[in-house]
Design a protein. Structure first.
Length: 210
């Protein structure tokens, strides 16, 4: 690499151009998440996202082609975080199936309760328009598959076989999403511990045959 190329690749403060793009994208995703949670989908405009992130429209279009794309990316990002956290909790927890399930549900609750903007995006604002609803349906199906896979890992032969396992997984994840939505809006009063216990009990009741 020539000295000119090296200077071009390096950003201010030692960050590369790619790192700067990733940093700006992360700021836009955070701004989108916060706006969807606090102002709702209708007011989460491209202009508002840029203002919240402290970036110009030029940088918005560097990462997204539209505000709908930004909102779906924000939804995907939270779901990716949930998947990573729950899988890590199962992998790092030893003991009985109940303990591993509890750890996974607790990891989920920690995200949606610890950062309620993320929770609202996943279970409330994901229903706000046609594009988001379509993506939400896809994600629910993905989560149902994940639940079925992890139920087999945790419960072995006691888990439901295919294709019933996917149906049970879908009932679990859809029910948990509705419970969290009710909790976030104040329709249901529960502590975080009670929410975790309810989710853990539901997982066992729906994904284990016996």
């Amino acid at each position: 690499m020539s000295s000119r190329e090296a200077v071009t690749a390096r950003s201010y403060g030692g960050r590369t151009a790619d790192e700067r793009v990733a940093q700006r994208r992360a700021a836009l995703l955070r701004a989108t998440t916060d706006l969807m949670a606090s102002e709702g989908e209708a007011r989460t405009t491209m202009t508002a996202i840029c203002a919240r992130a402290g970036l110009t429209e030029r940088y918005f279009y560097e990462s997204f082609s539209s505000r709908d794309e930004a909102m779906m990316a924000a939804l995907d990002a939270v779901c990716d975080e949930i998947v990573a956290a729950t899988l890590r909790a199962i992998a790092e927890t030893d003991g009985a199936p109940e303990q591993r399930v509890h750890a996974a549900v607790e990891a989920f609750v920690d995200i949606v309760a610890g950062d309620q903007a993320k929770g609202r995006v996943v279970v409330i604002e994901s229903n706000a328009n046609e594009s988001l609803r379509a993506r939400r349906h896809e994600l629910l199906d993905d989560f149902a598959t994940l639940v079925a896979t992890e139920a087999r890992r945790v419960y072995g032969d006691d888990a439901w076989p295919e294709p019933r396992d996917h149906v049970q997984g879908l009932m679990f994840i859809a029910g948990l999403a509705e419970l969290v939505a009710a909790w976030l809006t104040g329709a249901v009063e529960m502590t975080r511990t009670e929410l975790t216990e309810a989710g853990s009990d539901s997982f066992a009741a729906l994904t284990r045959r016996r």
